[in-house]
Design a protein around this ligand. Sequence first.
Ligand code: ZN
Length: 449
Amino acid sequence: MKGSNSILIKNGTVATLGEKNQILEDFDLLIENGEIKKIAKKISVGEPGCGVKVISARNKLVLPGFINAHTHYYSSFACGFNKAASSANFLEVLENLWWRLDKELLLEDCYYSALVANIDAIKKGTTTLIDHHASPNAITGSLKKISEAVLFAGVRASLCYEVSDRDGKKIKDTGIEENLNFIKALQARPNPMLSAIFGLHASFTLSDETLSMVAKKNEADKVGFHIHCAEDMADQKNCVDKHKKRVVERLASHGILGSKTILAHGVFLEEEELDLIAKSQSAVVHNPQSNMNNAVGVANILKMRERGILVGLGTDAMTTNMLEELRSAIWVQRLQQKNPSSAFSECCDLLVKNNRKIAQRYWPALSSNSFELKKGAPADVIIVDYNPATLLNADNFYGHLVFGAAQATVDTTIVSGKILMQDKKLSGLDEEQIKEEARRVSSLLWERV
Ligand SMILES: [Zn+2]
């Protein structure tokens, strides 16, 4: 029965990261046909040569792969781009950099920027990504192109196209169509590696007419929306000036909120807006490094948590390393509150518990215990080269995650039972060749911008 689809991870320190995190010392983990078959001590797979791939995790930490709940693949091609004028505020950052860059993206750029981001994700142990894409002059087919890069890399991703009125009616309509086509294609041919959400840019670039229209069009599919929300005060100011409402009130009035909707950022939210989010069960995704980089502010995730809002952690493409983002989340909360004891377990929960709950909303076909290490869960497993110098147990696991494992290297990344990286070497992806092609493509992009 066991064969080439089986992997046995031996003698690791397994952190299950489920609802109740267990630390299992010197345990084995057996993977069969993409699923976790067994987690136990001294699992035997019979004679050598029986086809089971054995990986030693001795002195290493075995974890479920990390989830990035908000990112932009196309941002990979902004690394080192220095033709953007310096910006005095968030809107200028969009105008001087992102809206210049995204307008010049071709389908080839969409593919390669996604592929290189996925390679980086694999190296950092991030195995599931929720992406938000824009390429206003290469919309049709862009999600399919990105999905090819996702499937080729072997990670899981949820994709959407960010609809906006900022480039006129034709581009807005094409964006709506791209979301609907991708949603329908996935519904017709479900793929456990992929998921679809309906993407929207942000309140300040969307008309009332567009918001009502997309709510209606998405009614049947009910896949939820993925939208930037109150990332900067400018979003709120525009909304109050133009629509006499706060951003979340406006989104709620158009039917955009719901248990499958992701509101990215939520830096400037008032009490009434938090109530609406809590009531609708929408998720908020916190992106602290991006908020610091754009100098917009710090989201009050503790207040959101008190309201029972599901808050996850994203990177907004600042990194693919979720532990780096987690550390930033903690530091900035503490600095803002001038309290060196605050926000530690709350921030860890965003990544460890809440991102799992968010991802489960978008992969309903996977088992209910997916994104944790448990029998029957899809085998998204990473092995981190972390041999702690101090005692590690379930009570102090977060301390080790933030101050220890975050500084360690990911050794092995497995998604859906497929080894994507082992001994820090990618399997099945020629990184050198892909990066060379990405540099060629991105150089041409930079020339066009
Ligand atoms: Zn974003």
